[in-house]
Design a binder for this molecule. Sequence first.
Ligand code: BGC
Length: 361
Amino acid sequence: MPGETAVNFSLLHRTCKLVVLLCFLHISVTVVFYVRSLDLRFAFVQNQQSHNNRSTGLPPSTPEHKDVKDVKPVEISPEPKPPEVKAAADLQQCPETSPLLVGPLRVEFNMPVSLEKVKKDNPQVEMGGRFRPSDCVALQKVALIIPFRKRDEHLKYWLYYLHPILQRQQLDYGVYVINQDGDEIFNRAKLLNVGYAEALKEYDYGCFIFSDVDLIPMDDRNTYRCFSQPRHLSVSMDKFGFRLPYNQYFGGVSSMSQEQFLKINGFPNNYWGWGGEDDDIYNRLSSKGMSISRATGEVGKCRMIRHNRDKQNEPNPQRFDRIAHTRQTMMKDGINSLSYKVVRKEKLDLYTMITVDVGKP
Ligand code: BGC
């Protein structure tokens, strides 16, 4: 019927118009959203870039980020530079967990490392091995104390790996290498006492890390700071198959607040040669009712640089007898009876080296 055909045709015509209109609307909305998302993405990249530059203060490639070097930087127009140093009063406390941590790290010792490169890679580390975050107030002031003699190669690796880690951990820290002068038998614990005393002459440190020169953490979440209990930091060493050799083990790397250290009268001064002094320290802590805090086995992994036993650091045959009497001797032998002579103090680019005469047995 002609009338009916005309009605059908006009209905079809209107439906088509509606479909075209809807398509147009759809395309317009899509285009608007697409353009907006481009804007957002651009702003995000810009933000990330400026945040990284401002808050890490780290060089573009740290040891752990070798592969990042090859990624082409995104071309963006430079932001106006923030003022170099904020007034201390403007700074907020750093967060409990640093946002700069990256987790597991590759640690190897088969490439040559030069102090010049370490210095170039860590431009924010100041003379004497001092650093503090520029964009927040560190939660702790930490002195890192390394007992030392003739281990320059190991020290290079330690500085190479640890400076970037400690900066990412947002610590206010200083590195003190306590070098035993002469060729007498080595005394690790006495050197640690000296490090404690000498570091305090320079700054009001509240936390002390006692670290062997050949131990490198494999995860930057293992924070080199102090805790409510003395901390054992070298929890799972490759040398021991990534496990604790025994539960009371407190060797390698540990941390103590000033209060914890003083409570046990510091460390023994009369362990000459290898072994036992760390067990004595453990005995001191447990006799004062303290327990050992540790990271998990995964976070506490660390690597030791393989080496032969040092000359003049033979196993101490008296160690078993001494460990058996810690409780009787500890309040007479320790930081309160420490005596030594500073032979030389050098403020170097990446650490402070203090050479000391600690005497002989
Ligand atoms: C020694 C410690 C040493 C540990 C692991 C113990 O027998 O007394 O000083 O750290 O073995 O080697």
